[in-house]
Design a binder for this molecule. Structure first.
Ligand code: ZN
Length: 210
């Protein structure tokens, strides 16, 4: 039945990125092994990497500023790329804030080079021979960014528990790019400020459910 048991489990290394091709119908299970780790995610169309996940279309299609179970990730062409079919976490995955990047770590007065989600995106693409001249907005899984009535946003430690997972099902042939967020200055990856590994599994398509 396409359970996690029959899927090959692998890791997304802490503070690093990874690009994972998925055929339509296949799913990716993303497990927050420690409960505290944010995962920035992007999706590219397999046949045209310039068609990428778009957080503005995603918010528009879902009429929501968070991604919740059952909602879809829409592309820059407004096509449905993937659906969040299962979510054991408290949900409310952030679609608003930018992926961390070199400029943010300079603002935080980090000395020298600091890994970032934006750099991880491009590094992971390079590993499969792709290159994009820009960084699309990221879907920030497990990132806890509550919005107040006055429109202000907060940045809190993840509310997920160890082992919480999401399952994204590919609704077309795609490449999912993930970054285990390297942020260790603020508590966005937990109050211990310790980036962690993420557990991954590819689940086969369920043939009868097309
Ligand atoms: Zn990050």
């Amino acid at each position: 039945v396409g359970s996690a048991d029959e899927a090959a489990d692998f890791r997304l290394k802490s503070s690093h990125g990874r690009a994972i091709p998925l055929r339509r119908g296949e799913s990716l299970r993303i497990a927050n092994l420690f409960g505290t780790q944010v995962v920035d995610a992007w999706i590219l169309a397999k046949d045209d990497p310039l068609e990428h996940s778009s957080m503005d279309h995603t918010r528009s299609v879902n009429s929501n500023i968070f991604l919740e179970q059952g909602m879809v990730v829409a592309s820059s062409q407004r096509r449905t790329m993937a659906r969040l079919v299962e979510d054991s976490s408290p949900g409310r995955h952030d679609t608003l804030l930018c992926p961390c990047n070199a400029a943010i770590y300079r603002e935080l007065r980090c000395e020298g080079h600091h890994r970032s989600c934006a750099d991880n995106f491009h590094e992971a693409l390079g590993e499969i021979g792709l290159r994009l001249p820009f960084t699309p907005a990221s879907l920030n899984l497990f990132m806890n960014v509550p919005i107040a009535a006055d429109g202000s946003v907060d940045r809190l430690a993840p509310a997920s528990k160890p082992g919480d997972f999401v399952i994204l099902r590919a609704e077309m042939d795609i490449i999912i790019v993930l970054s285990a967020c390297p942020q260790d200055v603020t508590p966005i990856n937990g109050n211990a400020r310790t980036p962690q590994d993420i557990g991954l599994a590819i689940l086969p398509a369920q043939g009868s459910r097309r």
